[in-house]
Design a binder for this molecule. Sequence first.
Ligand code: ADP
Ligand code: MG
Length: 555
Amino acid sequence: MPTIRELDALTIGQIAAGEIIERPASVVKELVENAVDASASRIVVSIERGGLDAIEVVDDGVGIEPADLPLALQRHTTSKLRGAEDLESITTLGFRGEGLASIAAVARTEIVSRAAPSSMGARVVARGTEIGIAEPAAAPLGTSVRVVALFENVPVRREYLRSPSAEFNRISAWLSSFTLAYPRCTFTLRHDGKDVWVMPASGDEWERLAMVFGRNAAEALLSLDGAAARTLDGGLRGFVSAPGHDRPDRRMQLLFVNGRLLRSAALAGAWMSGYATYAMAGRHPYGAIFLELPPDQVDPNVHPTKSDVRLRFANQIFDAVRRTIAATLAGDAQTRFRASVAGVPPSGVSFAPSEPALFDANESHAETPPSGPRVLSQLDRTYILASDGESLLLVDQHAAHERIAYERIAAAARGSQQSEPLLVPQIVELDAAQSAILDRTIELLREGGLEIEPFGERTYRIVATPFGYGARSFDLAGFIEDLSDEPKQRDVRERVWASLACHSVTVAGERLEFGEMGSLLERLQHCANPMHCPHGRPTMIRLTSLEIARMFKRV
Ligand code: ADP
Ligand code: MG
């Protein structure tokens, strides 16, 4: 029988540290968060060999009294929490009292600090469970913590570390992101004796955004429109990239709750669904979102590194994030469309649900209003060439038609039912996987105006199509295929509408009359988001005369 024995303090410390200190960047996080909690206005982080050799964080915060120094290094010792009741109202980044103790458990740690102009500074050194005594030392106001030989006593952990430059990049990525929430503090990052970057304190938030995201990327950021967030108890601010400006991954989607930089799948999902029809599949918007919530609505005590939190009114919060992003993007899309077809005053006319011929281009013969962009030609049976006198517009006829159809379907689904029965129902046979998808979406399709009935084993009958769709035969199998490829995050309803729009409109390769092209542009102009198709592809490219002049090397 194996005997049960109590672990020694060193082992206990290393096990506990294992959750918090995973790599050099975790040490930086604990130390920088402590400096921010100490109200520092300057924080200097110095790294040697990616943090494998040394990590030092110096701040000008409130400091630690000599008598408290050894205490600060012990486990479960904190100045930020008095009792369990305070767990409901945490306003600091730390509170568990195990940051310094965990670092000391896996590295040699030295703290030098001075708390007040009158008092003396002091120094203490710790290693494993051994904490030295505080000795007087000359020191500037504030605290400096130096950590050397990380994981010296935990060789397995060291093996998991990447190269010094990879570890340094992680530190730099985390720290630069973190600084966004603290624009009034100056942050410096050094590597092997050289300043890698300095972010000076600034009242201008945009300056910091430009430093973190880069100037070009920051220029594509839209400030969030706060109207949709008024329902929240706290605040919601931030900057999100405009449609068309995106990244292959989510690393630049920064989410802060009460000053904490989080990795929250739920909040990232809310962000993505706010983008719904703007983002291309597989691409991700970037930016920074700051939520400020009453402390009793946020529980940060669910994760040892506090990199995710539990929110009391999570659904309302996610919904506010989603709506705020959607409203901001819709406002921006309108503005940009007006700019790109300059000369067309926004008429405010919208298409009434009863207006026909949104799906069948052959039925529409409306002429382009004289003030609007003038259609020049159709190119390759795929693009519409138009001009507003100042620039050349290239419109993807399929993407444009899809956008119009999508908004039409969405409006119909939200309002009264708009479908037209087919005189001769269309019979379609599907395979097992396709019919499973159809069974799940059949109700949503009905809302969008497409009525399908089961008609025997894996056979279905299309009995009605969206109003104005006409007698084109509906590509049900293609439509279902499209549905199953769509990224998961998107709201099912919007996915169905987008796919429905896609399979009910003009395709590339179809010849269009001048009148049809004019009417397409006209209808596009009235869309809430005229610049992108529901799958996130652009509907239109604009070449200004200046850009053309550059191509001809005139300027
Ligand atoms: P926590 O941050 O959860 O309180 P830590 O182990 O990180 O736990 O720190 C323990 C205590 O040491 C803090 O509560 C604080 O009083 C003190 N301390 C740590 N770092 C600093 C610092 N940079 N400036 C002032 N006090 C600090
Ligand atoms: Mg701490």
